[in-house]
Design a binder for this molecule. Structure first.
Ligand SMILES: *Cc1c(COP(=O)(O)O)cnc(C)c1O
Length: 383
């Protein structure tokens, strides 16, 4: 039975279960791991680590259990401790701040630039205190942060910089891959990311051998050699099955990112001149955007979402509550809002569908629905 196209939803994203050919190939990878018995560590993990290091143009990649573990272990490897503060954006996924707490330190929330929705050297400098040991810029939605001034600021204050690349696999900044500008970077391969596993997975990348080695120790109980434990670690290894799947998907990542950019360009041109709606800022001249999300801004965001939902277009909010406003971090709240721009953005942002296989027809349906909303709002204001 076929449903008329107009009645079908345009989903926010499409997962691997929609791609029969990919499933077939991945199942062969899963079977190879199963038959080999090398479920943790071993050749599949090492192969993916080598491939991902080469792809990211970095010396070391260390596979770990998730993006959150990648951040937390990296912070521990950097020697972050109790009295330290770490600057994170107020408008990231909560994991960026959580990892700071998991490593035993305290997050400080930097506000973001109104246009790019990203931290800048200026917003980070404003959040700085003498206790700050480092900063974690997030290439949120896939758009690269302005890293030059930020790194200069960190270096001038003797601090480290770790890039949160969980939404920016394959992006470039001045020709270099995101994740290679600071001391190290954390990647997530959560299934919905630009490069996703079939469960939880992550990686740390760095040119610093000392950090890579320490993360390798921490992810597996500080063990070296077997049953000799030099430090307190945890269980946070990358599964071999996930590694085998990721190694087979990695060669497709450039193509998938290019497709995301094409979809973004089509959405952008389709929405040109749409009153009352702002499209996301394109990449900076020396930066990049891999469009993990395509985020609109509208003062009537909730009505926009209702309208799109009524026209079969899925939307989401990334994120409805800025991290510093969430109950989990209530204990850190003082008097004034440290990130008023992030707080305001959270009430106005709306993520549209974007995924590599999005068709021209699906793009047109999204564009038409947003344009219709804009026209209705315009008429309402004129009345
Ligand atoms: C997904 C994500 C993480 C955490 O990754 P997990 O693999 O889900 O633990 C961290 N930071 C950002 C910006 C993310 O989007």
């Amino acid at each position: 039975m076929s449903t008329p196209a107009a009645a079908e939803q345009v989903p926010l994203t499409v997962m691997d279960n929609q791609d029969g050919e990919l499933i077939e190939e991945m199942m062969r990878a899963v079977e190879m791991v199963a038959r080999s018995g090398a479920f943790t560590g071993g050749p599949f993990v090492e192969q993916f680590e080598d491939d991902f290091a080469r792809y990211t143009e970095v010396e070391h990649a260390v596979g770990v259990a998730s993006g959150t573990e990648a951040l937390a272990l990296l912070l521990r490897a950097l020697g972050v401790a109790g009295a330290d503060e770490v600057i994170v954006p107020a408008n990231s996924f909560i994991a960026t701040a959580e990892a700071v707490v998991l490593a035993g330190a305290r997050p400080r929330f930097a506000d973001v630039d109104e246009d790019t929705q990203l931290v800048t050297a200026a917003t980070v400098a404003e959040a700085w205190t003498p206790a700050v040991g480092g900063v974690i810029p997030v290439h949120l939605f896939g758009r690269t942060v302005e890293l030059d001034e930020l790194l200069e600021l960190a270096r001038s204050r003797g601090a480290w910089m770790v890039e949160d690349c969980a939404q920016a696999h394959g992006a470039r900044h001045r020709g270099r891959r995101a994740g290679t500008v600071g001391d190290a970077a954390a990647f997530s391969f959560y299934p919905a990311k630009n490069l996703g596993a079939w469960g939880d997975a992550g990686a740390v990348v760095t040119d610093r051998a000392d950090l890579a080695d320490r993360v390798r120790l921490l992810r597996a109980h500080g063990e070296r050699p077997r049953y000799r434990h030099g430090l307190i670690g945890t269980t946070a290894r990358l599964d071999a099955i996930q590694a085998a799947i990721l190694a087979r998907k990695l060669p497709r990542l450039e193509r998938w990112n290019a497709a995301r950019r094409r979809v973004a360009a089509a959405l952008r041109s389709g929405l040109e001149g749409c009153t009352g709606i702002s499209v996301p800022p394109p990449a900076a001249a020396h930066g990049d955007h891999v469009y993990h999300q395509f985020v609109l801004r509208s003062p009537n965001r909730d009505r926009l979402r209702d309208h799109l939902s009524g026209h079969g277009v899925a939307t989401a909010i990334h994120y409805p509550v800025p991290i510093h406003g969430s109950p989990a971090f209530a204990h850190l709240r003082g008097g004034d809002d440290p990130a008023p721009v992030a707080t305001r953005l959270a009430r106005q942002i709306c993520s549209l569908p974007i995924f590599p296989s999005m068709s021209e027809g699906e793009v047109a349906r999204v564009v038409d629905a947003v344009r219709e909303f804009s026209a209705i709002e315009h008429a309402r204001r004129a009345a």
